[in-house]
Design a protein around this ligand. Sequence first.
Ligand code: ASC
Length: 148
Amino acid sequence: MKAFSALALAAVLASAALPAAAQFAKPEDAIKYRQSALSVMGTHFGRLGAMANGKMAFDAKLAQESAEIVALMSKLPWAGFGAGTEGGKAKPEVWQEQAKFNDLAGKAEAEAAKLTAAAKSGNLDSLKTAFGPAANSCKSCHDSFRKR
Ligand code: ASC
């Protein structure tokens, strides 16, 4: 029993340690995956921005749903930037400055989680407060790592 658990654990650890690119059959698949997650994230982030900026009527339920989607999507793109998946809109710096990239990715995830907490409060002012820092975290990563 103990031996089995140790083996199972070893298998889990080994798969977690696989290069991210190994999760995709082709580099194009990884590019499509990360662009898809970022696109869905952008759509829902845009709705939250419209509400935060008064361009769309505030709907607490819709805001919460969109924020939850943003938070979920914010966890996904990074696995699509594995070794050998250069291309798309990503600058080569993604692979040259990985510590910085991972730091900014982590910050974006953290801001998305805060945005969800704010949206869950059902309070427009909380949403407005959380939206700015979240938008800045998208922007700071794009400024360094996305081609114009
Ligand atoms: C969006 C979107 C982004 C961010 C960024 C914030 O709605 O698609 O990439 O906000 O523009 O500065």
